[in-house]
Design a protein around this ligand. Structure first.
Ligand code: ATP
Ligand code: ZN
Ligand code: MG
Length: 302
């Protein structure tokens, strides 16, 4: 049995994660949630003075926005769509018959107007674009959402439904770059304050297929994505617990996000993987929170 399986099994045994029979789909205990809540308060204390506008979207987004985002071009392998039974009574009879016969009853499900949110910031851009021009000094948002990615795994740090806390800044290029750098520094400082061993490295998104390789190279060459890495299930391959993404004016152009002048805004988003941070804490300090070092407990719970 490899390390990954055993950490997951220990989390199940301790009751911190609760098995559902599906890899990457877990319940969380009150203790696990309490760690996430405490870390989110640390995020609030750190980012609060910036005065971001808080917005909470549910974990599903408008399918039309999802289509316009181009997600299916880049990450078709990760997407999750919501389908529903939309038939008449006769269709219902054949549906039940199909289920009874152990056949594929899902074929008759039809796509709804909702798609599962792949990253907390996806619903934000079209929403803000509808409000009109962006202020000259830029605009800052605070988001949190459950996100879905179809990437079943035995690695407890790779879940299919997990939470992402994000700050998104849209504005002039220099301020967007400064925003991203500020959070790389703050992120490193925050993780150290709770006793986590971190480093930051350039990264790329898992763009699909042969065309995707070009996008990967471009993203790395231009330093568009950085990740804050913490060893959880492996020391050689530490886990990304935060990511820092600079989109240039790509989203400004795509969504029609512009200044009064008509010039497209630049954007960046900074994401905290909340389950991953909790798992890093449990992995580093042990599965019993009462045994965590006093200074770590003080930072989290005062
Ligand atoms: P990875 O390289 O590990 O797949 P990612 O590059 O896909 O991560 P992002 O798309 O930047 O991650 O998502 C933002 C944050 O959400 C990540 O830094 C990570 O902390 C968290 N995250 C991403 N995918 C998962 C997942 N499957 N389970 C739990 N947390 C995740
Ligand atoms: Zn984002
Ligand atoms: Mg990924």
């Amino acid at each position: 049995m490899d390390m990954q399986v055993s950490f997951l099994d220990r989390l199940f045994e301790a009751g911190l994660l609760i098995e559902t029979g599906v890899d990457g789909l877990y319940g969380r205990s009150g203790q696990f949630e309490d760690v996430i809540a405490a870390f989110e308060r640390l995020i609030d204390r750190t980012g609060g003075p910036d005065g971001a506008e808080a917005i909470r979207f549910p974990p599903g987004m408008n399918r039309a926005y999802f289509e316009a985002s181009g997600y299916m071009k880049s990450f078709p392998q990760l997407a999750g769509t919501i389908h529903s039974f939309c038939g008449c009574e006769l269709d219902h009879v054949s549906l039940l018959k199909c289920m009874e016969d152990g056949q594929d009853w899902t074929k008759g499900q039809e796509a709804t107007d909702i798609v599962l949110t792949p990253a907390a910031c996806y619903p934000l851009y079209p929403t803000i674009a509808k409000r009109g021009a962006v202020k000259a000094g830029g605009q800052l948002y605070d988001l949190q959402s459950y996100c879905f990615r179809h990437e079943p795994s035995k690695d407890p740090a790779r879940q299919q439904l997990f939470r992402m806390r994000e700050y998104v800044f849209m504005g002039p290029q220099d301020q967007v770059m400064a925003f991203r750098q500020r959070w790389m520094d703050r992120g490193t400082e925050m993780m150290r304050s709770v006793g986590l061993d971190v480093h930051i490295d350039v990264a790329n998104d898992p763009f699909f297929g042969r065309a995707g390789r070009l996008l990967v190279n471009n993203q790395r060459d231009q330093n568009l994505k950085f990740e804050l890495l913490i060893p959880i299930t492996s020391v050689e391959k530490p886990t990304a617990c935060m990511s820092f993404n600079y989109h240039q004016d790509q989203f400004g152009l795509k969504w029609g996000l512009h200044f009064e002048s008509g010039e497209p805004v630049h954007t960046a988003c900074v994401g905290f993987g909340l389950e991953r941070i909790a798992l890093a804490l449990f992995h580093t300090h042990g599965l019993d929170v009462a045994e965590w070092p006093d200074d770590v407990r003080r930072v989290l719970w005062g």
